[in-house]
Design a protein around this ligand. Structure first.
Ligand code: SF4
Length: 448
């Protein structure tokens, strides 16, 4: 019998944000390292792991549905991820699941897998077995395309934003050792990755928990701190993109690195609101006046910087005037990319207790007004790029041409650059293009 046919097979369903994707990658890497096979279908799997999202109600529903489907199709299911941290929600909805863990719990998931599907015995006549070099590539198992990868630099968060339950699910900030992060980044680059996407719950807080301890990389000391880390990553010769950068003052330090071309001129910086009272109710720092001044400064140092942010509209108690202050802020800040969400109560969040929740139809109307304004701003900012030349990274190629991204476009969340004369290109290559057209999200370009 083919040896592969006798190895235990695990099916894997990965839901949620890039941080959950990285958790999935860690579990899949461990499974492969121990000799389990990853099954592409429920029917062929001996057991299924479902990595869930529990951030908003619709994500909870999607996760519970996925668990239900895995139970119906396979029957043996282990649940992990953010929904698993939400008390007994999973067990109540699906009492037949074998085990439930919270997010970032590779060891617990592996323990549960071992209990219900014993580890395969791997025999190697040639010599001692090294599962990593035998079964998984040095960069681990990745769920993203070969040319970009998420690098998670820390877990958890020390903030207590009143609309968020992530700290109760993922705990306080725990930074990964800087040498480990750099080794992972180097392995990815060696494996052909062209873009590293730095993620965490709070990227600018990197190292706070270890008092910016000095680690080592490449035989030299390196501080566990965002600026030093991204400077070192910038030396690896690939695109480095920063996500979830909380607006602390030291964020200003990375802008010169962007201007010098060491890391991408792109900052994903969630402001959430512009009104001081609402920011206080949200337990967020920073007044919008300060933010506007800083944005001006950033743009004077690095004129090509792309700024992405997220905002919550209809937060409890938000008055019409306070909402208009947010619109005025957007008009002045001229951000490139904006994600906006209607406030929705999440079970366990402190903001649920605040008075004066806003009626859904008012929230909806405010969201519409904000998106309309931002669409105008984004359209104008993209139109200003027409005629310019830029480097883009090709994501895929089809019969109509190549689909790529510029320094201003993170995968999944931002726009695309369509290259009509790009049929001969290949995914993962960098190419210089001239922008020929634009709309509210995307650009069109030709190879030069
Ligand atoms: S910074 Fe605030 S919103 Fe972000 S994870 Fe921490 S508590 Fe949640």
């Amino acid at each position: 019998m083919n040896k592969q046919n006798t190895l235990p097979r695990v099916g894997f369903v990965s839901l949620g944000c890039p941080k959950a994707t990285v958790d999935s990658e860690h579990i899949l890497t461990r499974l492969r390292a121990e000799g389990y096979l990853i099954s592409p279908s429920y029917a062929d799997a001996d057991l299924v792991v479902v990595n869930t999202c529990g951030f908003i109600d619709s994500a909870v529903e999607e996760s519970l549905d996925a668990i239900g489907e895995a139970l119906a199709e396979n029957g043996k299911v282990i649940v992990t991820g953010c929904l698993g941290a939400k008390g007994d929600v999973v067990k109540r909805a699906h009492p037949k699941v074998l085990a439930v863990t919270g997010p970032h719990a590779t060891d617990e998931v592996m323990a549960a897998v071992h209990q219900y599907l014993p580890k395969p015995v791997l025999s190697h006549v040639e010599g001692p077995h090294d599962p990593y070099s035998d079964l998984v590539p040095p960069q681990g198992i990745r769920l993203t395309p070969k040319h970009y990868a998420y690098v998670k630099i820390s877990e958890g968060c020390n903030h207590r934003c009143t609309f968020c339950i992530i700290p109760s699910m993922r705990g306080d900030l725990v930074s990964r050792p800087v040498g480990d992060v750099m080794q992972e980044a180097q392995n990815l680059v060696n494996a052909g990755v062209k873009e590293l996407l730095v993620i965490s719950q709070d990227t600018s807080a990197y190292g706070v928990d270890v008092k910016y301890r000095t680690g080592f990389w490449g035989g030299r000391p390196l501080k566990t701190r965002m600026t030093e880390l991204v400077q070192a990553m910038g030396e690896l010769g690939v695109w480095v993109r920063l996500h979830y950068v909380y607006p602390y003052p030291h964020v200003d330090e990375v802008i010169p690195l962007m201007a010098a071309g060491k890391i991408l001129p792109y900052l994903d910086i969630p402001f959430q609101h512009a009104n001081a009272r609402i920011l206080k109710l949200m337990k967020r720092p920073a007044s919008s006046e300060n933010v506007l001044k800083r944005i001006q400064q950033w743009r004077s140092i690095c004129p090509d910087i792309t700024l992405r942010s997220t905002f919550i509209v209809g937060f409890p108690g938000e008055t019409e005037e306070e909402f208009e202050e947010l619109l005025d802020f957007l008009e002045m800040a001229q951000l490139d990319r904006v994600g906006a969400f209607m406030y929705s109560p999440v079970a366990g969040a402190a903001a649920n207790e605040l008075p004066d929740h806003i009626a859904p139809e008012v929230q909806q109307q405010r969201l519409g007004r904000l998106m309309q304004l931002q669409e105008k701003i984004s359209t104008n900012r993209l139109a200003a790029k027409v005629g310019k030349t830029m480097q883009v990274l090709v994501d895929e190629v089809d019969e109509e041409g190549a689909i790529a991204r510029s320094s201003g476009d993170a995968p999944e969340i931002d726009g695309l650059v369509y290259i009509e004369n790009g049929r001969s290109l290949k995914a993962g290559v960098l190419v210089n293009v001239r922008v020929t057209g634009s709309d509210e999200h995307d650009l069109w370009a030709e190879i030069i």
